[in-house]
Design a protein around this ligand. Structure first.
Ligand SMILES: [Zn+2]
Length: 271
């Protein structure tokens, strides 16, 4: 499932593929992927989605792409596309059987939005409005902005996955960052020690940078859930395997409905 590094990879890929090009055609094989509002359900596709999309992307050359958390805003002159990948969406330079939107470029290549579960989408908008939509409801960006103070009785893992507190982190990035910071995932925010608070921001940064580095030179990204044979993460889905840092078997628990992996050696329970 795409988190900040996967979305940032998507941003860099779209810039690389579209640099110096123009969009000359649009096809929307599945109108449900073009939405009026970001939060619309897949069953509520944009009634004029293909026409609105075409208007935006053919009006001006593709320009900068902003990212905040897991959202992207792609500028085309005064227009823009708000992009979100949801659980399974990705932009690709080659088609697969899940193509929902296709943008034809003037060099006879195309960009494909592929999304098996239809939880991502494309929202045609204006550049000015889009900049507000990009950040609407989200906390500071986990990569570009300082990490906000963590307060309250909530477990630190749950807090860090709250997009309104800090945007871009999901299940995998948070559990790996907590392992790097030697913080047990159930630690209440208020119980974090000064040393843990001091370690956390650099642990989050190192974790995001390490994941981004995995995609260096890749043409397309394979999400870790898509290919269960390959898992580049030190503790994610490694229950019972030795911790790469201390050798203690990695443990697993369910937290907030999701699997959390942690190392009982590196991350002692709070209290
Ligand atoms: Zn360990």
């Amino acid at each position: 499932m795409p988190e900040l590094p996967e979305v940032e990879f998507c941003r860099r890929s779209l810039i690389r593929w579209s640099a110096g090009r123009r969009v000359v055609g649009v096809d929307v094989p599945d109108p449900r992927s073009v939405r009026v509002n970001r939060g619309d359900r897949p069953s509520v596709g944009h009634p004029d989605g293909a026409a609105e999309l075409r208007k935006v992307v053919t009006s001006a050359p593709p320009a900068e792409i902003l990212r905040h958390g897991k959202r992207l805003l792609w500028r085309f002159g005064d227009g823009a596309l708000l992009l979100h990948l949801g659980m399974t969406g990705k932009w690709a330079h080659a088609p697969n059987r899940y193509v929902k939107v296709r943008l034809d470029l003037d060099d006879a290549t195309a960009l494909y939005f592929c999304d098996p579960r239809l939880l991502g989408g494309v929202v045609p908008t204006r550049w000015e409005e889009g900049q507000a939509l990009l950040r609407e409801g989200l906390g500071p960006d986990a990569w570009n902005d300082p990490l906000p103070a963590l307060r309250g009785a909530r477990p630190v893992k749950i807090a860090l996955m709250d997009q309104s507190l800090v945007a871009g982190l999901g299940n995998v990035q948070v559990m790996e960052a907590l392992w790097r910071a030697h913080i047990h995932p159930t630690t209440p925010c208020d119980a974090l020690t000064d040393a843990q608070r001091a370690r956390l921001p650099s642990a989050v940064r190192e974790q995001l940078a390490a994941t981004l580095a995995l995609f260096d030179g890749a043409e397309e990204i394979v999400y870790v859930e898509e290919d269960r044979s390959s898992n580049p993460f030190p503790i994610y889905r490694r229950e019972g395997q030795p911790c790469p840092a201390c050798g203690t078997p990695i443990a697993r628990m369910i937290q907030g409905g999701r699997s959390t992996y942690w190392c009982p050696g590196c991350q002692p329970a709070p209290g």
